[in-house]
Design a protein around this ligand. Structure first.
Ligand code: AHG
Ligand code: MN
Ligand code: MN
Ligand code: MN
Length: 336
């Protein structure tokens, strides 16, 4: 019988043997994982619960909120606010930061999340997820403000995502490689199902929303044109394309079998750097991808070194298999 290692056991071992994580961080991750379990139950209820469709509200990004965006956001807040491990939280679905109410003890960590990633897929029963990033509150002052959150991704203490797909799976890094846990529904526990996940350096699979092609900048167009040219073209091999429209699902596929994911800047909204948000989508995914041997850039720079200017900042994203991300990044440098 293979030894079943639970998330709790994995984290205790990280704490004890490797000295990687303090007890507080272990608690934080366990609480986030528990919240994801609850979100997964709501997701699975579907039309049998009151979870489908849109709410009557918009978030700060100007997107119509789905009921599940709001439910997932509430579940994460409720689960995390009382434990004493956090100072504040920030989310795609909240304009400002959520400071832990003073009826609870204040901790030293900051938690950022995309409570429900892939909202457009909820009602069509396609994989969706939750993405999170953990920072430490900078020392030296009382209280907490939005400025405390504006740290580059290299400062992340932990990052992860949960994917609600055919299986419910939690992928986690605390800076010691990437581990995957699968939810055992009968037991209600997270079981370690893969450790040391690695993204192959080469790939024949790319992911991008091709309908935006006419809006792309030349380096992106050049890279994708070469993929499309196939065996007889510059690249000398045929490529396959996948686009789930849930970043979690696209990144999960890349972690499992390689690939490149791109959400570039485009000229539809030239003032925005891209569609995806730096602090709770791009940074946590970049941390995971780098920990699995992949690369993540905004076309020119390493995403995790970017200094955020605001909580909901957007960024262009190129991540996944090393040699492909370096190639398209190189094309950007050539035109610079
Ligand atoms: P969210 O549902 O959290 O707002 O994120 C949606 C993001 C991301 O998950 C996905 O890769 C992308 O939007 C899909 O964009 P398109 O609609 O352009 O395909
Ligand atoms: Mn959204
Ligand atoms: Mn998202
Ligand atoms: Mn979202």
């Amino acid at each position: 019988m293979p030894r079943h290692i639970s998330l709790t056991q994995y984290l205790v071992e990280q704490q004890r043997q490797h000295g990687h994580i303090p007890a507080e961080l272990r608690l934080l991750i366990e609480v986030v994982a528990r919240a994801c379990k609850r979100i997964s139950i709501s997701v699975n209820k579907g039309a049998l619960g009151d979870v489908m469709g849109s709410a009557d509200s918009e978030n700060v990004q100007g997107e119509i909120q789905k009921k599940l965006d709001i439910i997932a956001n509430e579940v994460l807040i409720e689960a995390n606010e009382w434990g004493g491990h956090l100072a504040a939280m920030a989310s795609e679905e909240m304009e400002g930061i959520y400071v832990v109410p003073n009826r609870f003890p204040q901790g030293e960590y900051l938690l950022l999340f995309d409570p429900l990633d892939g909202s457009s897929n909820i009602d069509v029963n396609v994989s969706i997820g939750t993405i999170f990033s953990v920072l430490k509150k900078p020392g030296g002052h009382e209280g907490v403000s939005e400025r405390d959150f504006l740290q580059p991704g290299i400062q992340q203490e932990a990052a992860g995502y949960c994917i609600y797909g055919p299986q419910t799976t939690l992928v986690l890094t605390v800076g010691d490689g990437v581990a995957m846990f699968t939810l055992d529904r009968e037991q209600g526990s997270w079981v370690l199902t893969q450790e040391g996940m690695r993204i192959p350096e080469d790939t024949k699979e790319f992911a991008i929303n091709m309908s935006n092609m006419r809006h792309w900048a030349p380096p992106v167009k050049r890279y994708v044109d070469e993929c499309l040219a196939g065996k007889t073209g510059e690249r000398g091999k045929d490529f396959n394309m996948r686009w789930v429209a849930s970043m979690v699902a696209d990144v999960h596929r890349i972690l499992t079998r390689g690939g490149i994911f791109m959400y570039p800047w485009d000229q539809r909204e030239p003032e925005k750097a891209g569609k995806l948000r730096l602090m709770y989508e791009a940074n946590p995914m970049s941390f995971i991808v780098e920990q699995a041997g992949g690369v993540a850039t905004d076309g020119k720079r390493r995403i995790m070194e970017l200094a955020p200017g605001k909580l909901h900042e957007r960024v262009a994203v190129f991540l996944g298999s090393k040699n492909e991300v370096e190639r398209v990044t190189g094309y950007h440098h050539e035109v610079a």
